[in-house]
Design a protein around this ligand. Structure first.
Ligand code: HEM
Length: 627
């Protein structure tokens, strides 16, 4: 029989193994990460949690996370998100290259849940298909097409919802926005055929919502998980909608190929589709990074004319049909390749295209509706100015809320842009580096790296929103801190660091605040008690942060506004988004006195996946009155 004394060596060995394990977790792994970080020559944190990396900090408070990272590393750094090394970018010079250099950066959708629900994104990734896709969809979503095809039905859907809000007198804003955006997406913008019976329609809405909820869960397919339910709902939707989508797609295909006579909008012709230069007077849409397109002198030509619809000839690009809705645009963009629809897309892939359009519209609009109404409700001075503007519009145009009337509301326009700056609806986008890319700052993004361009980072360090580069404060140098930072910061970065320093000396922009010291000095002078500067502090200093007036003056207008992205993947729905938010606010202001029951709703809200209140805190009271 073994006595406890015989066991001692075994216990001792186990203790040694345990101690070695603890030691390596505490010291060795971070040390290896530090070495890798230095090898990578890109600034960034050296400690992060295994598997999840810095994802929790980012999701919990994107502004706080990005602000702190910017203070330490500037507008370009390396981190780990969902267990993957990611290069985060957010300053003008680098953003431009990531957005526009499609030779170097390929569109990427991270996260397994998305690819489980939408398996085919060739039309976003392959240059030829993407070209057709942008062109056709751009036409369907151009200002002229919106004015002619979408605005009337959109106003009708909104009126129906506002009637119901009026009857109830109180709604939960987030839920009400969700219902409204689903109806706008399904009944107006996407143009998907829907079943005719009301019960089936309601079921389709519920199924779409279940699919969308699956996007944000873990990719674990077990009964009860969000993705499990989403995949089930997707199958059901496919059974319900596929015959309708197929019939619609076949009909469009026949029309395109047959060259039938068709009514089209002149204004929706080629060239007005690309959001970059298609705007209407008063509706200025940023092309990313403050590159606001000038208001076009060309108002949409809404004269309708009859013309022959050409077949897909030549390079297949000249289809000639001005698509009326997104699905139609998708189908014709596939046909533009000169191939048969069925040869390129399986029923499932075509169905996924339909699903993708609902995601693009609904997932963004619901957050924008919630955020813009909440922001106005929480800022009485802003609301008073908006009401004045609406009174003037009523005096000038009567009840009309056409595209051009909405275009003549500069303050409302500024309110929506400021909402999208302070409460971004999109967190940004992802790319894969197709080759080593040397940045002007000297840093190199290695081939195969995942690049994340972040809306929040861009908005954090917009030079227009920061005071001028302050001189370092004498006597406040923390020697140990500087030494430690110098280990990690650009100074230690070998050739890349040297290039960066040289770039700074030559006056090239490495960000407005080129050194961590300058950024920290800045932080000491502008951070409030929450550790954020006023221009980001939507939770505690809302009225100081939310200042639509900054959009009305060229000097104060944000220059790094990235709400809709930029370059080759600039949001194709930006005109739709601006118009729907303006329409909703204009209609609300004209009909109701409204206020949020809980003035702390944003304090308790989160910004992921878009502005989302804590459950039950977003009661909105509505009292009807004429303006
Ligand atoms: C507030 C509302 C919206 C915001 C903030 C928003 C934001 C964005 C952003 C940031 C991108 C670029 C993603 C990237 O570069 O990786 C994008 C792309 C896109 N958006 Fe939007 N979006 C909004 C509404 C809409 C709507 C209403 C539609 C459709 C009607 C739409 C359709 C699209 C499409 C099709 C693309 C892909 C463009 C391409 O890859 O070429 N978006 N959106």
């Amino acid at each position: 029989m073994t006595s406890w004394k015989d066991m001692l060596p075994v216990v001792g060995t186990a203790m040694h193994v345990l101690a070695a394990l603890v030691f390596s977790i505490i010291f060795v792994i971070p040390w290896i990460q530090l070495k890798l970080a230095q090898l990578g020559r890109i600034p960034g944190p050296i400690f992060w949690l295994p598997l999840i990396g810095e994802t929790p900090q980012l999701l919990q408070s994107p502004f706080k996370y990005m602000w702190n990272r910017w203070l330490s590393y500037g507008g370009f750094f390396r981190t780990s998100l969902l267990g993957q090394q990611v290069y985060v970018v957010g300053t003008q010079d680098i953003l431009r290259s990531v957005w526009s250099d499609e030779e170097a950066f390929e569109f990427h959708v991270p996260g397994k849940t998305f690819s489980m629900l939408i398996t085919d994104i060739r039309h976003m990734r392959e240059p030829r298909q993407h070209g057709f896709f942008r062109r056709r969809l751009g036409q369907a979503l151009s200002p002229a097409a919106i004015a002619a095809n979408l605005l009337g039905p959109m106003a009708a859907v909104m009126r129906r919802h506002l009637d119901s809000w009026e009857q109830r007198g109180r709604v939960f804003l987030s839920h009400a926005s969700e219902e409204l955006s689903m109806d706008v997406a399904l009944e107006v913008v996407t143009g998907h055929p829907l079943p005719s019976s009301p019960d089936d329609k309601a079921l389709v809405r519920r199924l779409f919502r279940t699919v969308l909820n699956g996007l944000y869960g873990l990719p674990i397919v077990l009964p009860g998980t969000a993705i499990y339910k989403a995949l089930g709902a997707r199958r059901q939707l496919m059974t319900k909608l596929w015959p309708l989508v197929e019939a619609e797609a076949t009909e469009v295909a026949a029309r395109v190929r047959g060259g039938k006579e068709e009514e089209v909008n002149e204004g929706a012709e080629e060239g007005e589709g690309e959001g970059k230069d298609a705007t209407l007077p008063g509706i200025v849409i940023a092309g990313g990074c403050g590159e606001d397109a000038e208001a076009s002198p060309r108002a949409p030509t809404l004269r309708r004319r009859r013309r022959m619809v050409a077949g897909a000839g030549g390079d297949g690009n000249d289809i000639g049909v001005a698509p009326m809705r997104m699905l139609e645009a998708q189908v014709s963009s596939v046909l533009a390749g000169g191939e048969e629809l069925s040869a390129i897309l399986t029923p499932e892939q075509l169905f996924e295209r339909a699903l993708g359009t609902v995601i693009a519209v609904d997932e963004t609009s619901r957050h924008l509706f919630f955020a813009s109404v909440a922001a106005v409700a929480l800022a009485p001075e802003v609301r008073a100015k908006l009401e004045d503007e609406q009174r003037q519009a009523l005096g000038k145009y009567g009840d009309e809320l056409s595209y051009s009337v909405l275009g003549d509301m500069p303050y409302l326009d500024a309110v929506i842009k400021e909402t999208l700056r302070l409460l971004p609806v999109s967190i940004g986008g992802f790319r894969i580096a197709k080759r080593d890319v040397q940045l002007r700052s000297g840093f190199v993004i290695p081939r195969g790296a995942v690049v994340y361009w972040s809306t929040h980072l861009a908005h954090c360090c917009d030079p227009v929103l920061l005071p001028r580069n302050p001189a370092p404060e004498p006597g406040r140098k923390n020697l140990f801190g500087s030494w430690f930072r110098s280990l990690l910061g650009p100074r230690s970065l070998g050739p890349a660091g040297a290039a960066a320093r040289q770039g700074t000396r030559r006056g090239m922009s490495v960000g407005v605040f080129d050194t961590a010291e300058a950024r920290r000095t800045l932080a000491r002078s502008i951070e409030g008690p929450t550790g954020l500067p006023a221009h980001l502090d939507f939770q505690v200093r809302f009225e100081e942060a939310f200042r639509p007036e900054r959009w009305l003056n060229e000097e104060t207008r944000p220059k790094q506004w990235a709400a809709f992205g930029g370059g080759g993947h600039l949001c194709l729905g930006q005109h739709v988004a601006m118009v729907e938010a303006k329409l909703l606010l204009a209609m609300l202001l004209r009909r109701f006195e409204f206020r949020l029951e809980d003035s702390g709703v944003l304090r308790k809200a989160s910004l992921f996946p878009g502005p989302t209140p804590r459950r039950g805190t977003d009661g909105l009271l509505l009292i009807s009155r004429p303006l």
